[in-house]
Design a protein around this ligand. Structure first.
Ligand code: HEM
Length: 498
């Protein structure tokens, strides 16, 4: 102790001096050259900015600082740094930025957990979300997920060319069933239509730079006839419909004693009549569709694309499934633990093209010093998950083996540790999402061959939107055999809720 103390004092003194000097000199992380007032922030493109920022790493490194028009943005391009900030310094890095359009004007910063400020109301939302989809409760929904995967296979058998539409519907069906016990017979189902419309509005509002008012907040005072204000009003109406209608539907079904298993039913069964609790519960439920559907769709669409481009990977996973599951039944979620290669295919799908390349940004609540750089209070912090995804050897190569042949001297972070975000606000739906993907991926691989279109190449292209998924592409999805076709039909007979 006597020996350690002087070193400890010296170490702490040096740390304090370093912090003080950096704070005084305000040594910001590097970034592109800046002009007065507008700074360098307008150099970032309004969509798909993760590509540009990952490119800029060559010049500026793992931390890039952007500023201008009163905004400060730190882009973090490295897994360990994101981990250091969001896990170890969570106290300063768990808040969300102020989105003028989505947060303030559409009022989502008051009711939707992904945009709530870090604080007591967020904690209440998080508790309810955890109640809905913790590792134990999600087991109750495994049959629902497997049934939806079975319907998806049947849809793919009937109209394989509409595979993107079927995948989207499957993702929506799972979340609607888990959240409200509602089965959507097709994409014209009113709950799906309302939800998809509000998601479109929200997708745009969450895309940095899509609305000038997010960069220049004073624009929020423009009159209601200005086009973007009209969009805001329409967006609010859509969100209200999407949030209230399915919740009221469950209440009605419960009053008639016919409500099936669902998160909303569990919540209402708690018997808490406080209107504040009711309002919160309604929003927690509604957010699950927004946060859970497009992300699950994005991952499964990327999976189909990857399979069409990588027939040898596909074949290996099919052989593994046939060996473990046999050919007389369809796979279940429980089989996943026996399917390491197929699970590595899911991991590689999420790494190859992370569904939310910029995650959901955070905001610092205090000044900080990190890695010798000054990070001011109120800086928007963007974890560049795209950069993390490119930090492996041959990043464009789709190679599930990278998770199996583990080189311990150079371990790759498991994508499930970062594609869902990190720290206190890490995605609470990750276990549910992973089960959905297990059901969808094993179901499709066991029943179908996925092939590129005849005499055509597929050039992979992805939407540059906040949730990023493949641009429409063609491929052939064919049952692997007559027996498999028969199996799809017989499995459909077991589905209870259609
Ligand atoms: C493949 C599917 C999914 C992906 C890739 C994904 C990804 C993410 C990411 C990156 C975040 C931001 C986390 C952070 O700030 O560090 C997030 C937040 C969130 N996700 Fe997911 N997600 C998926 C599925 C789901 C599902 C199925 C649900 C619920 C049913 C869900 C509910 C949420 C919620 C409520 C938040 C906000 C958390 C907060 O701010 O406290 N997600 N997700």
């Amino acid at each position: 102790m006597d020996i350690i103390s002087p070193f400890l004092v010296l170490f702490l003194s040096l740390a304090v001096v370093r912090w003080y000097t950096a704070a005084k000199n305000k040594k910001y992380p590097p970034g592109p050259p800046a002009k007065p007032i507008i700074g360098n922030i307008l150099k970032v493109p309004g969509s798909g900015a993760w590509y540009t920022l990952t490119d800029w790493m060559k010049t500026y490194g793992d931390l890039i600082f952007l500023h201008g028009l009163g905004n400060k943005v730190l882009v973090v391009n490295n897994f360990d740094f994101i981990n250091d900030l969001f896990e170890k310094r969570w106290n300063n890095y768990s808040d969300r930025p102020k989105f003028t359009v989505a947060g303030e004007l559409m009022e989502l910063e008051r009711c939707a957990s992904p945009l709530l400020p870090y604080g007591p109301e967020w904690r209440e939302h998080r508790k309810l979300t955890h109640l809905a989809i913790n590792t134990r409760t999600i087991q109750n929904y495994q049959v629902v997920q497997e049934d939806v995967a079975a319907i998806l296979n049947s849809d793919l058998l009937r109209s394989p060319e509409l595979f993107l539409q079927h995948l989207q519907l499957a993702a929506g069906r799972i979340v609607l069933l888990v959240t409200y016990g509602i089965f959507a017979e097709d994409i014209h189902n009113s709950y799906i239509v309302n939800a998809e419309e509000s998601m479109k509005t929200l997708g745009k509002a969450m895309n940095p730079g899509a609305y000038l008012a997010d960069l220049i907040p004073i624009l929020k005072y423009l009159p209601s006839w200005v086009p973007f204000q009209k969009e805001v009003q329409e967006g609010k109406d859509k969100l209200r419909r999407h949030t209230e209608l399915p919740y009221l539907h469950v209440k009605k079904m419960m009053s008639e004693g016919i409500a099936p298993l669902s998160f909303t039913k569990d919540l209402l069964s708690l018997g808490n009549t406080d209107p504040e609790f009711d309002y919160r519960g309604m929003w927690v439920a509604s957010v699950m569709y927004g946060a859970g559907t497009e992300t699950t769709f994005a991952t499964s669409a990327t999976f189909i694309l990857a399979m069409a481009l990588n027939p040898e990977v596909q074949k290996r996973a099919q052989v593994e499934i046939d060996t473990v599951v046999g050919t007389g039944r369809t796979p279940t979620i429980a089989d996943a633990s026996e399917l390491p290669y197929t699970m590595a295919v899911i991991k590689e799908t999420m790494r190859w093209h992370p569904p939310v390349p910029f995650s959901v940004p955070r905001r610092t609540t205090q000044d900080d010093i990190f890695n010798g750089y000054f990070i001011p209070k109120d800086t928007v912090v963007i974890p560049n998950l795209w950069a993390v995804s490119r930090s492996v050897e041959n990043p464009e190569q789709f190679n599930p083996d990278r998770y199996l042949n583990k080189d311990m001297s150079n371990p790759i972070p498991d994508p499930s540790e970062w594609v869902f975000g990190m720290g206190r606000r890490m995605c609470p739906g990750r276990y549910l999402a992973q089960n959905s993907l297990k059901a969808i991926v094993t179901g499709i691989l066991s029943a179908f061959d996925i092939l590129p279109p005849e005499n055509e190449f597929i050039v992979p292209k992805f939407k540059p939107t906040h949730i990023s998924y493949p641009e429409p592409f063609k491929c052939r999805i064919r049952p692997r055999s007559q027996e498999k076709e028969q199996l799809i039909e017989t499995r459909m007979l077991e589905v209870k809720f259609t």
